[in-house]
Design a protein around this ligand. Structure first.
Ligand SMILES: C[S@@+](CC[C@H](N)C(=O)[O-])C[C@H]1O[C@@H](n2cnc3c(N)ncnc32)[C@H](O)[C@@H]1O
Length: 203
């Protein structure tokens, strides 16, 4: 644990200088890399590729108590799968699955196959998608793209356009083929990354 204090000081340093280094000089980038290597050394047993995740988690702690706009931490989210759908264009997608959307395949990363054990045809799932084609700068919209509807804050809507474009979709499992699940109905377009799957408890 001795290294942890030193490491968290380094982390504060990295998180601050990372953004600067991004647009900064080669020397600065080299400096950041040196700090990263030092942290990797502190966390000896942590695989090199997971160091960034550790940094983000620890930086989260160092951000505690700061106003949201002042926080520097990032959340390390990995896709667990992808939607393969006949819907290719946003304008062809209904606004919600229950509004006439087709079924689609959910292809789970085969490395995560064990996370699917217990999921069966007929189950109801909630998928969290990353609506990757969304506009993250949008803060207000006309709900349901209706220009006559008053401008409304995105947090009061289901708009895909929002600072963090997460989508929520309740679907039924029709069929399972290894790590491919036939699910639906779902309005996410082909290629949409999926970041989580949860079972729906009886309701
Ligand atoms: C209104 S959102 C609803 C998403 C989800 N059911 C929810 O409520 O969180 C659905 C719309 O997002 C758009 N969409 C679908 N896939 C998308 C993607 N990968 N990126 C951005 N927008 C997407 C389509 O225009 C679709 O009509």
């Amino acid at each position: 644990m001795q290294g942890l204090g030193a490491a968290s000081r380094l982390i504060a340093c990295i998180v601050t200088s990372d953004a600067e280094a991004h647009r900064g000089s080669r020397a600065m980038r080299r400096g950041v890399q040196e700090i990263r290597d030092a942290v990797a050394a502190e966390f000896g047993s942590v695989p090199r590729e997971h160091v960034a995740g550790y940094l983000a988690a620890l930086a989260d702690q160092s951000d505690r108590g700061k106003p949201v706009g002042m926080r520097r931490a990032m959340i390390d989210l990995h896709p667990i799968g992808m939607i393969r759908s006949e819907l290719r264009r946003l304008e062809d997608a209904p606004r919600q699955g229950g509004e006439g959307a087709p079924d689609a395949w959910l292809e789970i990363n085969p490395a995560l196959a064990r996370a699917l054990s217990g999921v069966r045809p007929g189950d109801e799932l909630v998928l969290s998608t990353w609506l990757h084609l969304a506009d993250r700068d949008t803060l207000e919209v006309h709900p349901r793209n209706d220009p006559r509807a008053p401008l409304t804050g995105v947090f009061a809507t289901r708009s895909p356009d929002r600072p963090n474009p997460l989508g929520l979709h309740r679907v039924s499992v029709r069929e399972i083929d290894g790590t491919r699940l036939r699910i639906g109905p779902i309005e996410a377009v082909d290629g949409t990354p999926v970041v989580d799957v949860k079972i729906v408890y009886g309701d």
